[in-house]
Design a binder for this molecule. Sequence first.
Ligand code: ZN
Length: 244
Amino acid sequence: MLQYIQIFSSLNKGIASFADDFLSLLFPRTCEICDNSLYKSEELICTYCLGRLPYTHWHKDIDNPLHAVFWGKISLLGLTAMFYFHKDNIVQKLMHKFKYKGVRELGIYVGKRYGMQLKDVFPFKDVDLIIPVPLHPKKQKMRGYNQSEQFAIGLAQSMNITVVSNNLFRKTESETQTKKTKIERWENVKDIFNVAEKEELEGKHILLVDDVITTGSTLEACASILLAIPRVQISVAAIAAAHR
Ligand SMILES: [Zn+2]
């Protein structure tokens, strides 16, 4: 009898794996960057593309060139971005899928991978909590999610800390940023963030998380509000930053 059960169960496993293979024939999972089919062990991005992504390794360099964006403006403990962002590189394709094609899992996935590296490196290893840069509620409703929050969720899983998404919030709708001068852009964002529960953040080392760092004005506005809370320290991590 036992023998029959064993044969039956291995047959069952065989059928399950056959069904898996059959499904993947009908609905092949493909790499979000190069569109080639993924192996069973691969998730969202193929091994080849993971290897050719332009990593900055800035988390290992406390004086990395990204700091120039915030010099004389705000004081940050740690600052890093996972990838270089160029108009024509594969990171742009990745961000496009992530922001506009609704592939929200991508943010969590890259966040998890980056969190594995940040959790062992000063000052990121001493972070108490993560706050994603808030998206305007209207925009979030349209997109269905805040891309910075997805990245934050992935980071938090690997770093074993919590994400606080509802404390820092956006007050008014900011107009589109692309056609504005640097000063107009800053005027536009400097007053749009506020904190609901300041006491909750007192004395905390906060990892502020954004998707792409370009002018840095949004992050600067968020950090300024947070740094007004007693004994708060800020580090920043983004998925990508314009190459400097
Ligand atoms: Zn690929």
